[in-house]
Design a protein around this ligand. Structure first.
Ligand code: NAP
Length: 590
């Protein structure tokens, strides 16, 4: 262990290490913590007691965290001669691998880097992870907040966080503007401030990789790539494409795309597979209000993730209880997501929930799920009893307002009283399985409605084609085929393969051009004589744009969709029209 000036490494504990790319957590691990400024000491003291109680109860004394205090912010400044971000703290956080911190004041002026930015940059904490779920009893603006249970993986190092900006009127701005106008032929208003957002393959892939790995480790059903790729193809669109690439190339045996879910599995999610899908950012805000149960793990670039994290947190109780973490490949710093709320400092008043649940995340990250579960299971019991801090008390009629430490006491009392964790976990799993089944049934029975409702944007012919094929055989008369069209209200029928194995198609237009114009009798003419054969078909993976091109170039009004030598569906001009009408040009994202 490194020798530190002020940091005292607890002698009884052992260091958390990384072996073969995985975290190795001893039974007596040393975990770092930063108390934080403002309300930091109040919530940290309360949470340390709760986490310790949960670990003691879950493991009967065989496991214990040995806490190691490290210093940032005002407390550091007093110890390290005005230095808010001492090097030895950064070194300790790196060495201890896992740590948790309260909120920190960023001193205004004087050229200080924000402490949070310093931490992220120096430790390369590239993934900001925010789980957002609802706990029974917590006030929420939603009708069914219990349906919200997502984990957001937000990229932490590029996009707007790369901080490439040029202020109007500066020589740098003029130089960049001149280059953009003269050499890149870009057009924009005079005197514009200029910002550049870089999105790299490396940055996108390592973030999505982490999100998918999390989904695998935690039995999640899907990973959604959130982007605005319909407008910014080479940054946001590229993020989406790189995300799919990671899924395919590195997790191909455990992931399927949403297209595959519908086209190959008919909407029924195969066991052990995670669905990787994508959504346009604006739709995502709508979806998280209307159909939050459709989403599980979200992978986002920096700015989209910033907006989304706070918006979704607000759905389930706000910053007072939203937890978070900044994670590198292995080193992780868990943190309260709110600030220092200085007006409440040392009043034993505020809600410890955000830091508390960040600690729950930390216990899960360490693989100590039993201790984490104890806290998440007793928390709603205490809140439902109306024992809450001021911020919830003002939203719950008849609640008993308690201070931070009394809230901790109530939780600890429940933890020590014992909870039937297994029974509660089983009930939760049964509920999840039930909800999953309901979603599958909807996907199977109403694929188009489901697509509209869940914000899925169709990309391929397989997404819009009609699957319930109406067929006739060569031997039937045209009159019989016409009855079939009328009864089923369709403008064409597919003709079963002939002896040579070729499929055919018979359309209303064929009736007009070949039967009526040619003065043939439909009652005596056989389908084989007028059907178009062989048919020109496309695969289900054909893009909508490509299908539209074929329809236009060949003057068709429909295209059969084939798989191998079988026709599996049909897509019409009308389907494409309806898709553009419903989804707008978002279909262009492909
Ligand atoms: P803030 O500290 O998050 O406080 C804003 C308001 O949020 C509080 O007045 C309070 O609302 C509510 N709130 C925050 N924490 C709460 C808790 N634990 N329980 C209940 N309510 C809570 O934001 P700020 O006032 O904008 O920032 C203050 C300082 O914190 C600044 O120096 C800023 O730089 C710093 N900051 C640090 C971090 C960080 O370290 N991660 C993050 C954000 C801000 P009511 O007054 O309505 O009760």
């Amino acid at each position: 262990m490194t020798e530190y000036r002020h940091i005292k490494i607890p002698p009884q504990g052992e260091k958390i290490t990384i072996e073969e790319g995985r975290l190795k957590v001893p039974d007596q691990p040393i975990v770092g913590y930063v108390e934080g400024d403002g309300i930091g000491p109040d919530i940290t003291k309360a949470c340390l007691r709760i986490w310790d109680a949960a670990v003691a109860k879950a493991y009967g004394g065989s496991r214990q965290i040995h806490w190691c205090e490290t210093y940032l912010g005002e407390k550091a400044s007093k110890l390290y001669d005005g230095n808010y971000c001492p090097d030895e703290t950064l070194q300790a956080l790196q060495e201890l691998v896992v740590s948790i911190k309260g909120p920190l004041t960023t001193p205004v002026g004087g050229g200080f880097r924000s402490l949070n930015v310093a931490l992220r940059q120096d430790l390369d904490l590239y993934a900001c992870v925010r789980p957002v779920r609802h706990y029974a009893g917590v006030p929420s603006p939603l009708k069914n907040p219990g349906k919200v249970d997502v984990v957001i993986f937000r990229e932490n190092t590029e996009d707007v966080y790369a901080g490439i900006e040029y202020k109007t009127g500066t020589p740098e701005n003029e130089k960049v503007a001149k280059f953009l106008r003269e050499e890149m032929k870009a057009r924009f208003f005079e005197g514009a401030g200029i910002g550049i957002k870089p999105i790299s393959e490396f940055g996108s892939k390592r973030l999505v990789r982490k999100a998918i790995q999390y989904a695998i480790d935690n039995g999640r059903e899907s990973v959604t790539l959130v982007h605005k790729g319909n407008i910014m193809k080479f940054t946001e669109g590229a993020f989406r494409n790189w995300g799919y690439e990671v899924a395919r190339e590195e997790f191909g045996n455990v992931t399927i795309t949403e297209e595959q879910l519908y086209n190959e599995y008919k909407g029924k999610q195969p066991d052990g597979k995670i669905v990787v899908k994508d959504r346009i950012a604006d739709i995502m805000f709508q979806m998280m209000l209307l159909r939050p149960e459709e989403f599980d793990v979200l992978a986002t670039m920096n700015l989209n993730g910033d907006y989304l994290s706070d918006a979704i947190a607000a759905e389930v109780g706000g910053v007072g209880i939203a937890p978070g973490a900044n994670i590198a490949d292995h080193v992780a710093v868990f943190e309260a997501t709110h600030g220092t709320a200085p007006k409440y400092a040392n009043l034993n008043k505020v809600n410890p929930g955000s830091l508390l649940f960040s600690g729950v995340m930390m216990l899960e990250y360490m693989g100590w799920k039993e201790a984490a579960d104890l806290i998440t299971l007793v928390y709603p019991e205490v809140v439902l009893d109306g024992i809450v801090t001021y911020d919830f008390a003002r939203q719950i009629d008849g609640a008993t307002e308690v201070g931070t430490s009394q809230f901790a006491d109530a939780l600890i009392e429940r933890i020590e009283g014992g909870v039937d964790v297994e029974a509660k976990r089983r009930a939760q799993q049964e509920q999840l399985a039930k909800e999953r089944k309901q979603r599958e049934i909807r996907r199977l029975l109403q694929p188009m409605e489901e697509m509209l409702d869940t914000g899925r944007v169709p990309h391929t012919v397989g997404d819009l084609m009609t699957r319930s094929l109406i067929t006739v055989t060569d031997g039937e008369t045209v009159e019989q085929a016409m009855h079939v069209m009328t009864e089923n209200d369709v403008s064409s029928v597919v003709v079963e393969p002939n002896a040579a194995g070729d499929w055919g198609i018979l359309t209303r237009r064929d009736i007009v051009t070949k039967i009526v114009r040619g003065s043939h009798n439909p009652a005596t003419t056989r389908v084989a004589d007028v059907a178009t054969r062989p048919v020109e078909s496309v695969s289900a993976e054909t893009s909508i744009r490509e299908a539209a091109r074929i329809i236009a170039d060949r003057n068709f009004s429909r295209l059969p969709v084939s798989q191998g030598d079988k026709i599996i569906g049909i897509v019409t001009e009308q389907d494409i029209f309806a898709t553009v009408d419903k989804f707008g040009w978002a279909v262009d994202a492909n």
